[in-house]
Design a protein around this ligand. Structure first.
Ligand code: GRF
Length: 217
């Protein structure tokens, strides 16, 4: 008997290219997760149309309609419970979540960050990487903890920083890798192959199949 696919909600605020990568991966029936709902805090987010075009149910929870973060997060929790969600993926979701919400989803709440954590937490990562003169940059899929851009790392991909890079060219190189590792990392979590012990992620199976660091092909 095949194990049921895990039910995943994706939280977005913007264009949703990472969401689209997850949806595309999950279109394969052999993928261990299905995207059951896309939730946006911004009514105009481009991700909503993309999700709807893929036949995925969309929900708007406009943060401006809530007096504080706790009531917004409670509405979010309700929308997730309503879809019997197993995992929540943040994909360009530009809201800080309350510690209560984050703790409630411990080890089932996933984020992608456009830098090699723990370097360059927060915003404008590509500008800051260029300003720092690093030669390697990249992206990280990690489990979410209450502190921003902190949590056990599931997968990372590194890209070279080239002479003449601008934040836009570097960001595009990183984004391509985001689309590659987010679906892979979610598959590891949804299949149960990635497990957290002592705040580190360990992956069962042949290590060559699941590189911790993926250099662009
Ligand atoms: C990505 O770079 C992601 O890492 C960051 O926000 C951006 C969202 O892009 N958290 P998209 O909406 O997935 O296209």
């Amino acid at each position: 008997m095949r194990t049921a696919r895990k039910r995943v909600a994706v939280l977005v605020s913007g264009g949703g290219s990472n969401m689209a990568a997850l949806i595309a991966a999950a279109a394969n029936p052999g993928y261990p997760a299905e995207i059951v709902r896309v939730i946006s805090n911004r009514p105009g987010a481009g991700a909503l149309a993309r999700a709807a075009a893929a036949g995925i149910e969309t929900v708007i929870i406009d943060h401006r309609g809530y007096p504080d973060r706790a009531t917004f997060d409670a509405a979010l929790d309700e929308a997730l419970a309503g879809a019997a969600v197993d995992f929540v993926c943040l994909a360009g979701f530009m809201r800080l979540l309350t510690p209560g919400f984050v703790d409630g989803w411990r080890d089932r709440l996933v984020n992608i960050h456009p830098a090699l954590l723990p370097s360059f937490k927060g915003l404008h990562t590509h500008e800051r990487a260029l300003a720092a003169g690093v030669k390697l940059h990249g992206c990280t899929v990690h489990l979410v903890r209450a502190e921003m851009d902190v949590g056990p790392i599931v997968m990372q991909a590194a890209v070279p920083v080239l002479d003449g890079d601008t934040p836009a060219t570097l960001g595009a190189r990183v984004l391509e890798q985001e689309h590659r590792i987010y679906p892979r990392a979610l598959a590891l979590l949804a299949s149960g192959r990635a497990q957290v012990r002592d705040e580190r992620v360990y992956v069962d199976g042949p290590s060559a199949e699941v590189p911790a660091i993926a250099w662009p092909a």
